[in-house]
Ligand binder design. Structure first.
Ligand code: NZQ
Ligand code: ZN
Length: 385
């Protein structure tokens, strides 16, 4: 195991009817900006519950944060924070609203050009406004981590940043708030969490025995609950497990002290920025192809993954690896998620376009061995046609 520091200050308040606890979680004298997405949180009554819990505090609202939150939109929220001297942010929504809120929190405490935050990957962030979240979509893990991804629409640039200053102070996780999610978003959530685990686990053996077993347990839980999560929207136990697995998948625990990949995510971000494909769907397109192209580097872990997650223990090593990659693709397809570029109406022109964007964004040494150069990304995308 490599040396590591593990730090996660986010308080989780989990369970039914927990939104009322905002009354205690948000500081009494706070001047609050409540941020949300489109119509969903209003329609479901979640915003009304939040407003009631905030009581007499000064509360302003900023709605309209789009999926894959844009830099342009978040600059408007930043302007509102500055004009109205707001000092506490509250995100109500999925990963997009939470990520956008993290960016505003960091930008509000930064004197320079806000784009620097993304261009530096978060290195310029030295402080941020405090914020909390009310999660309505289990998927990204943003509710319990210090990362965010923002898209500059004008240049189709989708960049992540990380900073120890943008952990949420708290996140309220009420599984019943996910009952009315469209099936497509539930499938996306399962797939995104699955790939977060794989990106931190399916690399090469590093002696992280607990990390491996945690990762395998989380993957198995997703495989077990996925059909019920899709078929029974109001199954509280299943939705609760999905919510907690998605948070644990990317809160730092399973990735501590072990190598991490993230090639699938970084290639996927370009697909979203260019073609507006949902984040999780880009991962389902790219991951099987990454595993195939990296099968020699990932050989030992692919065998372990096949055996421990999918129970594949018969056949030659190569047959078992083929079966493990096949099981992964079949899992995504079983969620109703297409795993080929052609499923999204894209062909060879998309391969050229994505490779050009990877080059423009300096993404030419991806993966745990930094061996996925532009030619390798081209081969991965071509194999995903
Ligand atoms: O905008 P509204 O009307 O609220 O609708 C949203 C949105 O259209 C809807 N939704 C959310 N909760 C709902 C609901 N609809 C009905 N009932 C509810 N309870 O779902 C749609 C998608 O929401 P979004 O927040 O975009 O989805 P998700 O949580 O998957 O977030 C995706 C974003 O997170 C980033 C992605 O790149 C993408 O931009 N990621 C963030 C990460 C992080 N911060 O750690 C890691 C991830 O790898 C990922 O990159
Ligand atoms: Zn993701």
């Amino acid at each position: 195991m490599q040396n590591f520091e593990f730090y996660n200050p986010t308080k989780i308040v989990f369970g039914a009817n927990t939104i009322a606890t905002l009354a205690k979680l948000v500081p009494e004298g706070a001047r609050v900006l409540m941020l949300y997405g489109g119509e969903s949180a209003e329609k479901t009554g979640t915003l009304a519950e939040v407003r009631a819990a905030l009581g007499q505090r000064v509360v302003r609202e900023f709605g309209g944060i789009e999926p894959n939150p844009s830099y342009e939109t978040m600059l408007r929220a930043l302007a509102q924070v500055r004009e109205e001297k707001l000092d506490f942010l509250l995100a109500v929504g999925g990963g997009s609203v939470i990520d956008g809120t993290k960016f505003v929190a960091a930008a509000a405490s930064y004197g320079g050009e806000p784009w620097d935050i993304l261009q530096s990957g978060g290195a310029v962030v030295k402080a941020a406004l405090p914020f909390g979240t009310v999660l309505t979509l289990p998927a990204t893990g943003s509710e319990m981590n210090n990362g965010a991804v923002i898209t500059r629409q004008s240049s189709h640039t989708k960049l992540p940043f990380h900073s120890s200053h943008v952990f949420p102070r708290f996140s309220v996780l009420d599984p019943s708030k996910t009952f009315n999610l469209p099936t497509k978003q539930v499938a996306n959530g399962v797939a995104d969490a699955f790939v977060h685990i794989v990106e931190q686990y399916l690399t090469y053996p590093a002696g992280g025995m607990a990390q491996d077993r945690f990762a395998e347990g989380l993957l198995q839980t997703l495989v077990e609950i996925a059909p019920r999560a899709l078929a029974k929207p109001d199954d509280y136990e299943v939705r609760g497990n999905l919510m907690w697995v998605a948070a644990l998948a990317l809160n730092g625990l399973i990735g501590a002290g072990v190598p991490q990949d993230w090639a699938t995510h970084l290639i996927g971000h370009e697909l979203t920025a260019l073609y507006n494909i949902d984040h999780a769907r880009t991962l389902a397109i790219v991951l099987p192809s990454v595993l195939q192209s990296q099968r020699e580097h990932k050989r030992a872990k692919l065998l372990q993954y096949g055996a421990r997650v999918w129970g594949i223990d018969a056949g030659s090593e190569d047959e078992r690896i083929d079966a493990a990659i096949h099981a992964t693709r079949a899992f995504f397809e079983g969620l109703g998620i297409g795993t080929r570029l052609s499923d999204y109406g894209l062909g060879r022109e998309a391969v050229d376009a994505v490779v050009a964007q990877l080059e423009a964004h300096g993404m030419s040494a991806l993966g745990e061995h930094k061996n996925i150069d532009l030619a390798a990304s081209r081969a991965i995308l071509t194999a995903a046609l």
